[in-house]
Write a protein that binds this ligand. Sequence first.
Ligand code: ADP
Length: 542
Amino acid sequence: MDGTWTLADNDRDAEARFSGLVQLASDAIISIDASQTITFFNRGAELIFGWMAEEVVGNSLEMLLPPSARAMHGEHVRRFGESPVRARRMGERQAITGLRRDGEEFPAEASIVKVEVPGGYAYTVVLRDVSEQHRAREQQRFLLEVGQLLASSLDMETTLSSVAEAAVGFLADYCVVDLVDDDGEVRRIRVAAHRTADEEAALLLREVEVERGRPHLISRVLEEGLPELVSRVEPELLEELSQNEAHREVLERIGVASYMAVPLRSRERVLGALLLLGGQGRRPFDEQDLRLAEEVGLRAGMAVENAKLYRDAQRAIQERDDILGVVSHDLGNPLQAIFIGIEALDRRLPEGSDGTAYYLSAIRSSAGMMQRLIRELLEVRRMEEGQLPLTRRDCRIPALVQEALEVSGPLARVKSIALSNEVEGVDIPPLDIDGDRVLQVLSNLVGNAVKHTPEGGEVRVTATPGGGEVRVSVSDTGPGISAEDRPHVFERFWRAERTGGTGLGLGLAIARGIVLAHGGRIWVESGEGEGSTFHFTLPQAD
Ligand code: ADP
């Protein structure tokens, strides 16, 4: 070529380049004539459909469409021929489906262009196989569903069962979930079968006992934590991996054509295995399926680990509570003996033995504190067991407030804290409440307020009736409670690090239990350095 092209050369060259491009394109480019007979079939089309050009040219386009789409497709092309539009994206409103030589249907995107020829129109279709994108999207959706299922419950078996159900809906004909017990035994949790699969075979598979010593479908997974994919299962392999005669029979009955096994793992531990079986009618599992199954195994493994941790934590809490219950109960008697001893010694104390009297008073106050802690422990336990009976009667709130303030009076005087009862004179409707319990709430709130308020401060109790209830509020001029701490103050055993002190962090939890048992609410308003106001409501009597 000397660089000086004639127009004709240029045209010819462009045409050659263009037809080369058309041939090479990875999309399928197919031309049909007015009667929808295939006239051109590029290399891309050969790869996508599995037919060679010479096998399809001269035949109807219908051979590339699934039977269900043929009539509709012909109609679309005819209408497009009649419309004034020259080019159109096909399947804009609904996905179009192609048919490969091996009978597999696949999702596709396509555009169509028409060219006028003597006697009508010829059409060229450019079609792209989008099965990979389609599959990736479906897999993402499936993983999302699995994630939601796994997060929906902390009960291991329920969760794993629902994952197995989801897996047979999307990935396999049968899904077997095995867990390794703490003592190393393999326990079959679930065998799920696709709705078109053999339910009875699934039941039989459920009964098979897996012996860890013998080779089986999940041995490598359990022993080495490695996934396994067998895309084509030969009969000899089934024979080899069957646990016993019954097992082999059921595998044969299922007609296992391919299988995958993946570990249910959490960090370095293999907690079980997920076995997915594909029958004869299903596309054999491939690497991509295996990666998906591994992902499911990983997520399920983490969920199993969480469920185990949760179960262990629940057990530990239960054990702690049982011990606390027994110990607190049993401490009551020796403590009572200490009180009796203190009283006896006190009565026999000669005049002027100030030193001994001082120690006796210190013992009495420590024993008193122990008694309060034990009472709180027993109380919170009863409350959690739902045994907080209320003896309701009509009680006067101002009198209860006065009593609560008197209990904290001595400490308030020592700290020069002003206590004010602003409830007296407020028109409070009759309340059907357990006076002793409400007094306990008030004493706790006033006690906390006096305890946390520095010298010279103030503690006020007010009551506001309205809306079928009365709101009682205890405010102090103490250090306040930070926004970070506020959500926790009513939790049992919670104390702010800053305040620490002698309490167990149960007072407010008990107060909350009592208020809730009355059908009321309790909350706190506070800011750091701004004092605190604890409010609770009590519903008006019917
Ligand atoms: P305890 O008093 O035994 O520690 P509570 O359940 O009564 O337990 O209180 C829990 C925590 O809430 C206290 O340890 C303290 O940190 C905080 N708190 C309670 N009342 C006040 C208050 N009026 N001002 C500041 N902090 C308070």
